[in-house]
Write a protein that binds this ligand. Structure first.
Ligand code: ADP
Ligand code: MG
Length: 471
């Protein structure tokens, strides 16, 4: 690949790149991994994302893989890197880490490599728009999206947009932490719309790509065409808009297109890591404008949702995984859905490559590093959220003065768990429960201990909540 020659230009002078060059054995090993990735993820994903990867170097247990653009690096890092690393480790246990390095430094398209194979799915979007749009991940459809309480509103809103003939709310603004399904839902809207409203012109852009296209149009003196193109769409989706923070001219351009589209009744969908009012480095007008339509947040996945997702994923992969293992994963891997998927993949790969059965022991073994990372300390906030969720209460109930048994008992359970699971003192815990006295907390701890001794089913219940918190 021509790309490879350009990279590490600065380093060839001092001969470093020679020293780093991978051995033939490593090249063969990488080719095996590459082939394996194609088999696992299918041709479409492979062509769009994985094909352009190449082995760059291997040293000190680090396998360096070259990718053509920053966008691809980020995308691969969030979606495929876990799997690549797992395969690498399986193939050779001296490999400790896989790192992605960007092999081009000039202004480059963040979403598509220069390899002509890597152009976005262009089958059914008009050419110019196809070239504008970011590629869609074929796995991100509504069918593959598991709905639970934390995301049901976002899911319903996304579906409504995809399936309505008119614009139901504008813009739809989805926000929430990393890996909760924002990008998935946006791609799902695009897929669904293409199915049932094939005439709609849809453009999905990562904020980074939006910026790239805009800067490119300035450079090529094609700003007018860019504006026209952007304003000719029926649906404009911009993913991770927080990335245009501080980029004034890009924001300005976005703001104008945004207003023009909204004025013409065209649908806009935005995702971000935070609520509109919390967007730092954003023009005030833009911030308030973004909040005019429907703002929906995706909450962190609950145990039930995590279980649903990991079970669905196993089903999709056609793998038989014991329920105990699925439950274990859903309990333990709480950091993000992405990591949850990654751990399932790792277990399946391990079972496959070593021809062993999937068991709880094996799972703990294979995931030991991940499990440690997820085994962090529980906080009072988490306990309160979990208890409120378990007893179907509002968080505010735990802080309130209400003494009704249905509220008071769960509040005591929460205090008890705070005492047992965190290093916080009684007065500190009391303060976190609407400024209560430390003697109230002490009383709660005693009371719950008594009840647990007297009543086995109550004990089971408290243990269940405790396990959901610490596993
Ligand atoms: P975000 O854009 O919010 O950071 P993504 O949409 O990229 O998150 O989701 C991360 C990964 O988790 C993707 O592989 C996605 O398919 C998966 N995922 C997230 N939520 C769900 C869900 N509810 N059902 C199925 N898969 C999900
Ligand atoms: Mg995303």
């Amino acid at each position: 690949m021509a790309l490879q020659k350009e990279m590490r230009n600065g380093e060839t002078e001092n001969g470093q790149s020679m020293a780093l060059a991978p051995t033939p054995e490593m090249v063969v090993l990488w080719e095996g991994i590459h082939a394996r990735l194609r088999k696992e993820f299918g041709d479409a994903v492979f062509r769009s994302w994985l094909k352009p990867l190449s082995l760059q170097a291997f040293y000190h247990g680090i396998m360096e893989i070259a990718v053509p653009t920053r966008f691809m690096r980020d995308w691969i890092s969030s979606n495929y890197l876990d799997r690549i690393a797992a395969l690498a480790r399986e193939a050779n246990d001296t490999i400790q880490r896989v790192e992605l390095v960007v092999a081009q430094t000039t202004l480059s398209d963040p979403d598509t490599a220069s390899d002509p194979d890597v152009l976005p799915h262009s089958e059914d979007i008009p050419d110019a728009l196809a070239a504008l749009s970011s590629p869609l991940d074929p796995r991100f459809t509504f069918d593959q999206f598991v709905v639970g309480k934390p995301n049901e509103l976002a899911h319903a809103a996304a579906r409504r947009i995809a399936e309505s003939a008119h614009v139901p709310f504008n813009p739809l603004y989805l926000h929430g932490g990393v890996g909760l399904g924002k990008t998935h839902l946006m791609h799902a809207i695009a897929y669904r719309m293409r199915e049932i409203q094939p005439n709609k012109k849809i453009v999905f852009l990562s904020a980074e790509r939006f910026m790239f296209q805009f800067v490119k149009s300035l450079r090529d003196k094609g700003t007018m065409e860019f504006k026209e193109l952007l304003r000719s769409v029926d649906v404009l989706m911009i993913d991770d808009i927080q990335f245009i923070a501080g980029k004034e001219s890009t924001q300005e351009e976005f703001f104008h297109s945004f207003n023009a589209l909204i004025d013409h009744g065209k649908q806009i969908v935005i995702s971000a890591g935070c609520a509109p009012s919390d967007l730092k480095g954003f023009d005030e007008r833009l911030r308030s404008r973004l909040g005019w339509g429907l703002v929906v947040d995706l909450q962190p996945a609950t145990f039930e949702l995590r279980y649903g997702i990991v079970a669905a994923k196993a089903r999709t992969l056609g793998a038989t995984v014991p329920q105990s293992v699925l439950e274990f994963l859903a309990h333990k891997i709480t950091s993000s859905v992405r990591e949850l998927e990654g751990s399932l993949n790792r277990i399946l790969a391990h079972a496959d490559l070593t021809a062993s059965a999937i068991t709880l022991d094996m799972t703990q073994d294979v995931l030991s590093d991940l499990l440690r990372a997820n085994d962090r300390r529980v906080t009072i906030d988490e306990i309160q959220r979990k208890v409120a969720e378990h007893y179907n209460l509002k968080l505010a109930d735990l802080f309130s003065e209400r003494r009704a048994r249905a509220v008071a008992r769960p509040r005591q359970v929460a205090m008890y768990l705070c005492k047992k699971l965190t290093p916080r003192s009684l007065p500190e815990i009391g303060r976190k429960f609407g400024g209560r006295d430390h003697t109230t907390v002490m009383h709660a701890v005693k009371k719950i201990e008594e009840l647990m001794q007297e009543d086995g089913s109550f004990k089971d219940e408290v243990d269940l909540v405790r396990r959901a918190l610490v596993g």
